[in-house]
Design a protein. Structure first.
Length: 129
C-alpha cells in the first residue's frame, strides 16, 4: 500500500483520528495501539497529533490504522445516524455477529481486527478491488 500523503494531509488525518478516539473515550495506550504508532510512543505525544503540531509518521501501517478508525466511525454514524453517543457504546459492548466486543477484537487482533469490525459495519469493505 503506497499512501503518499503529504505532511499537511497526515497532520489533518492525525487530528481527525485522535478526535474520534477521544470521542470513543479510549485510554491513551489504546489510542496509540489503534493508530499503529511505535511501541515506544509516549501518551503525552498524542497531544502533538491532537493539536495539529505533528503529522502522523510516513508509515503505511500507521496511515492504514488511521484510515480504519475513520472508516469505522463513518460506518457507525451511518448505522446510528441519530445518536452521537452510540459509536462509543457499540464498540464497548458484545456484538453477536462478531462473537465478541468490537473494541477488544480490535485491540487483540490489531489491523485485522479493525478490518473485521469495519467489514461488519460496511459491507463494501468485503468487495474485491
Amino acid at each position: 500500500m503506497n499512501n503518499e500523503l503529504n505532511s499537511e494531509e497526515r497532520t489533518n488525518l492525525a487530528m481527525l483520528a485522535i478526535s474520534i478516539l477521544d470521542e470513543w473515550r479510549l485510554s491513551p495506550t489504546d489510542q496509540i495501539f489503534l493508530l499503529g504508532l511505535p511501541d515506544d510512543t509516549k501518551p503525552r505525544e498524542l497531544s502533538r497529533y491532537r493539536n495539529g503540531v505533528s503529522p502522523l509518521p510516513e508509515d503505511d501501517g500507521v496511515i492504514s490504522h488511521a484510515r480504519h478508525v475513520l472508516g469505522i466511525q463513518e460506518s457507525l454514524h451511518v448505522v446510528f445516524p441519530l445518536n452521537r453517543n452510540m459509536p462509543g457504546f457499540w464498540l464497548k459492548h458484545r456484538n453477536k455477529a462478531l462473537k465478541g466486543i468490537p473494541l477488544e477484537i480490535m485491540l487483540d487482533e490489531g489491523l485485522s481486527g479493525m478490518h473485521r469490525v469495519w467489514a461488519l459495519l460496511d459491507c463494501t469493505q468485503n468487495w474485491s478491488n
